[in-house]
Ligand binder design. Sequence first.
Ligand SMILES: Nc1ncnc2c1ncn2[C@@H]1O[C@H](COP(=O)(O)OP(=O)(O)OP(=O)(O)O)[C@@H](O)[C@H]1O
Ligand SMILES: [Mg+2]
Length: 426
Amino acid sequence: MRTPLDSPFSPGSDTVPQVWAGRTAQLSDWRDVVRPRRLAGLPERGRTILGEAGLGKSSLVRKIAADAARRGDWVTPQLRIPSGTDPLKRVAVALLDVARQAHLATSREKRIGTLLDRVEAVAAAGVSLTLREQQGPEPYSTLTELLVEIGRAAIRRGDVMVLIHIDEVQNIASEDALSQLLVALGDALTHEEDVEVPGGMLIARTLPLAVYLTGLPEFADMAGARKGATFARRFRTTTLGPLGDDDLASALQPFLVEGWEISDDREGATRVFMEPEARAAIVDLSRGEPFLFQLAGEQAWYAGTGDVITRDQVIRGWGGVRSEAAAHVERILARLPSREREFLEEMAGLEPADRTLTTIARKMGLRRGSDAGPTSQRLDSVRGIITRGKPYAFRHRAVEAYLTTYWPDPPAGDAERESTSAEGIG
Ligand SMILES: Nc1ncnc2c1ncn2[C@@H]1O[C@H](COP(=O)(O)OP(=O)(O)OP(=O)(O)O)[C@@H](O)[C@H]1O
Ligand SMILES: [Mg+2]
């Protein structure tokens, strides 16, 4: 018997979900590029992972951090920056914690003791420290110094990485704070340390340090425009798109083949299976959205108690959350500047083959296609909601489905099917 207590689905939280789908490129970038290169002392940029709400940015980097922690790396917790707060304080506190993991505090070197005191001061006062202690170094350089010391400790330990994850970076409202933070992290990423190699020769190496920044696409404007080239040289930005249907289907494969194991108080371990049609329905309703995938899975799980999740249960479960699913997409649309929203709406109103810049612009009441150029460019390269191919197409499949189809209602026919089967049960 399955109960809500056993559900492996987790909508609405950014913990690492048990039913994990896709993101293989980003996971392999960490495992095969970032970690091995930085461990070897080679240069490798920090990573910025942006995307619309619910696409799984936080979960992705939490999964990477969990992998790092399992390997014994020194990892900060996910440092979520609440709106309007001072990120330097938050980062300083986290770094003091990593310094403890690295046993820096027990160092008898006086220099380290003074450095830790200065970082304590940043943790307490943040950016405003600049105003209060004008003779001392700027907070950012204090943070860089500590990062370098932690990195040195990691080199001495061998085979251990330092991983920093700062989340919701779009909330950093103060330009000064953002700039200090990016410079502190960037300087540590590019810092080169002379190490002695066998044979007594000195070679320069980078620190075994990885930095992940995650947040909404707006961050690209904040960091890109103002900090410009320096930021781009130090961080590589990826904009997440939706998950592929094949990724979602593979994630559910264990339910079809061996069953999902749950512990049953009375009978020991039991397994929960899923009809292939149930899986197809979950994949179809999710439209590549990780959040909706978790939501559909959870509701299907809740919709019955048997050992097999059926298609009817998926449809019935979804019925209870369809307005929540719609609200998810509405929130994404509501956050957009009105020009961008209007662009999407006019684009959705056209037949797929007619979705060209000129036609969309005309629909928007603009004279020339180029008048809508900047808007379409933002929707493509900053937000990843559309692709400017020939013709233009939607990349965000839930936005497309919401604007152009019956979705989030299940396809016609399912409602009937469901009511017939519900009668059958009753
Ligand atoms: N790769 C994945 N496979 C399956 N589920 C996922 C995956 N990534 C995220 N999820 C689920 O999707 C939901 C949203 O994920 P998450 O909170 O990480 O998104 P986000 O992009 O950080 O959103 P926000 O912008 O609101 O912070 C969570 O319920 C999470 O469990
Ligand atoms: Mg998040």
